[in-house]
Design a protein around this ligand. Sequence first.
Ligand code: FAD
Length: 457
Amino acid sequence: NVSVVLFTSDLRLHDHPPLRAALDGSYAVVPLFVRDRGVDAAGFAAPNRLAFLSESLRDLDAGLRERGGRLVVRTGDVVEEVCRVVAEAEAGTVHMAAGVSAYAQRREERLRAALEGGPCRLQVHDAVITALPPGAVTPASSDHFAVFTPYFRRWSQERLRDVMAAPRTIRVPGTVGSEPLPCRRGLSGVAERLAAGGETEGRKRLMAWLRDGITAYEERHDDLAGDATSRLSPHLHFGTLSPVEVVHRARRAGGPGAEAFVRQLAWRDFHHQVLAARPAAAQADYRPRHDRWRSGSGARADIEAWREGRTGYPLVDAAMRQLRHEGWMHNRGRLLTASFLTKTLYVDWRVGARHFLDLLVDGDIANNQLNWQWVAGTGTDTRPNRVLNPLTQARRYDPDGAYVRRWVPELAGLGGPAVHQPWKLPGPDRVACAAYPDPIVGLSDGLARFRRARGHV
Ligand code: FAD
């Protein structure tokens, strides 16, 4: 008997429960990835993620070939393609991991309906996109946790399943054909310094992180210039690394750095369990604050300046430019730029979330939309009206200005923390960096507008 394994956000061979179940119960297995036209139609096919995806699929195929198999790639409607492959392979079971977003939940329902009554059954395994599957822990009075701290307490007490080894061999039936694998070269609009994709690369990065980075994570994770975070987020997004394995290995490393790092992984699980229970929160306010976000030409000009990294606040602009050049931004930068857009400029969080999704290689419905909502105060933050001040953030997280000098070439000639307030420079120094704009808004004006809007004057 033959099984199909549908890969989605789990592009790996290590620790893959649906693949393991298929191999245990079948003579042959079709590892299938469908380039789903529905995902493109939803505006989710950003060049940076397509590039990372292409490399990840090639690496998955290479790993399967080393084991005697290969990856089958198809393009089209995911449900139609799965049914076609099931017929070609005369498969008896389709294995896949549960999804979290509304789109993934619907995909599963459609697939179930399409296979119903036929000879092939669908086996949906627990979600593998998170360490703890969404819904595995719930508070007494709700289907999900709305506050992180109690969630984390419960999350920490749960025993995670054991990590599964990668298979040694795999047999793929010859009757099923594949399209050529997609290629990163030839894609336009890819960030010039985009990280490399694939499980092999992800595992290398994880091992290097556990060896060299994790110990100092607690003290250094907010140091913008130090760049001392793991950068594992795209691998967790595409599932080229298993979150269960990452948590187990980090816990084994031990120490305060590992504890702080594991806590961040729990944040990831937290947002996924909110989205799984409230899929509409990808677009609608999780906790409506009845904001009347700015619109019109003034807002449009501000949004453009924010996107381009020309707000006149060097730390905000440095982070926005890092995003464009790398397809990635430091978490501290994400917090600050999102606060600046939604609170200082009082622009709808959906505008910022869309821009991030267009560029982030780790861009993710659960983490992106719900972090945006958290910052905007429409989500799960218990202090929804806090506003981050770019100058205070600069003093704390880029005290010497090195991060700004790295990303804002107009200011690269300025020494020390003066780089954070170029508008205060004496005449000749200001002239030397005249290509850099003045602030588009005064911080106190922005703050007053936000407080008025939220009724906190
Ligand atoms: P590390 O600091 O090394 O953390 C380890 C892992 O923990 C990360 O890889 C990530 O998977 C997880 N993590 C860390 N912080 C968070 C967090 N606040 N929420 C959820 N998971 C977290 N993360 C995404 O993966 N995709 C997104 O689209 C995304 N959008 C964001 C938008 C905004 C406005 C904000 C404030 C944060 C967003 N984050 C997102 C969370 C976080 O910024 C990134 O996960 C982190 O910067 C990735 O870098 P890293 O792998 O070096 O993180």
